[in-house]
Design a protein around this ligand. Structure first.
Ligand code: FES
Length: 202
């Protein structure tokens, strides 16, 4: 379990949001945080959509990193203990809090409150389930212009869909379902591979 850490400060948020904007601006290009420069999928792997491995050892609580897999922007986030605890507080505001109405939005091994294998690590297809935009990452807890009781999550400004820090969609927004969790597994404690199921998974 990751240690508790304060929500990112404003400077960090600007960095994160800047990254979000960069993804939107360049479309399918590969974008990652500077500390993640060691991740180098081969050009061939990117073309054929082969599994991609990501080092998450430097990912701090509250941080999100992005990579490309099969033409989609994939986000990997490390949630703090507080963020994990907060997930159960807004179930009554969500359309499908336990992902039971749309079980195809995540593999069986991620169909739980956290929508993940390890509660602190979230792996998510970042594309909004409305029209496919990549939402902004807004991890701070506190009132936002679009949500008074914000517990952190993802906000799609074009049509105002909202998702929590498990990618679960709020009620009353255009997006019809939770964000998709792609197939993934852990190579070890610090490496995740997107596109490979855990051993023994159906
Ligand atoms: S694409 Fe996200 S709300 Fe429309």
């Amino acid at each position: 379990m990751a240690s508790i850490e304060k929500a990112p400060n404003k400077g960090r948020r600007m960095l994160l949001l800047a990254g979000t904007g960069a993804v939107g601006a360049v479309g399918a290009g590969f974008v990652a945080w500077p500390f993640y420069a060691s991740w180098k999928p081969s050009a061939k792997a990117r073309v054929i959509g082969a599994p991609v491995e990501a080092y998450i050892g430097d990912l701090e609580p509250g941080q999100l990193m992005r990579l490309q897999w099969r033409g989609q922007t994939i986000g990997i986030m490390r949630r703090s203990e507080q963020m994990v605890e907060n997930l159960s507080e807004i179930n009554d505001q969500l359309r499908d809090p336990m992902s039971s109405e749309n079980p195809d939005q995540q593999p069986d091994y991620a169909q739980n409150l956290y929508r993940s294998i390890r509660p602190e690590i979230l792996v998510l297809n970042m594309h909004c389930t409305h029209l496919g935009c990549v939402p902004e990452f807004i991890p701070e807890v506190g009132a936002q212009p679009f949500e008074e009781n914000w517990k952190g999550g993802f906000f799609c400004p074009c049509h105002k869909s909202k998702f929590d820090l498990a990618g679960r969609v709020y009620q009353g927004v255009p997006a019809p379902t939770n964000l998709v969790v792609p197939p993934y597994s852990f190579v070890d404690a610090e490496n995740v591979i997107i596109g490979v199921e855990p051993e023994g998974a159906a």
